[in-house]
Design a binder for this molecule. Sequence first.
Ligand code: FPP
Length: 246
Amino acid sequence: MSIKEELNIDKLPKHISIIMDGNGRWAKQQGKLRVFGHENGTKSVREITEACAELGIENLTLYASSTENWKRPKLEVQTLMRLLISSLKNEIKTLQENNIKLNTIGNTTDLPKKVQRELFDVIEQTKNNTRMTLNLALSYGSRDELLNTIKQISIKVKNNIISHEKIDESVINEHLYTRNLPDVDLLIRTSGEQRIINFLLWQIAYAELFFTDILWPDFTKNHLYEAILCYQNRERRFGKTSEQLK
Ligand code: FPP
């Protein structure tokens, strides 16, 4: 039986998020520049997006760049932006054919205008697609998102739009970049690092974490199935005891 056939289709995570790490090390192993790693990383983005849609995963969030990534060498930042534009141009047809909606989370106003235009265009064209939402975290930072949320809610309290007694988890959820998404069920990080690096801190409160040594450009559909199988074999207790769940 293949690993894909072992998956329980009735117990799929509704929201998978991935910290795609290891592009630079992958390139170094081949004696190439870091940008070569990012170019090959885009192939994994395509393969994993397709695999998630095929399986019936409803939401996939990929950490494509953080608020700190702007500090990387200029050539690397430029390459990431170029890859983003070319991927958006090349993949719009596949997104449409597969009924996938594109969305972004993060400070997209930090991105070059050309990237913003391309993103806006693809988001607009795919907005009515319903099979899966692909969220790209771009210039994203979780603390930045939480700060932003607190500021927005404070302004509403000050202007009597909302009373402070009414602030609960759902109010916070509605003000996050991820407002239309369910909590993350499964967070995957590639490349052997076991850190969360300021990614979806609020949204991963009850997520199962899966770390693998595979570098992102080597991460294939089968690695994804392995991660989902591992998730399905865990007991998610949400603070309760095993007995209570039965
Ligand atoms: C981490 O590897 C990867 C990134 C910072 C960027 C991920 C970007 C892509 C896969 C390409 C473009 C994305 C899209 C959505 C088209 P790293 O550079 O931190 O690797 P290292 O830890 O080995 O140095």
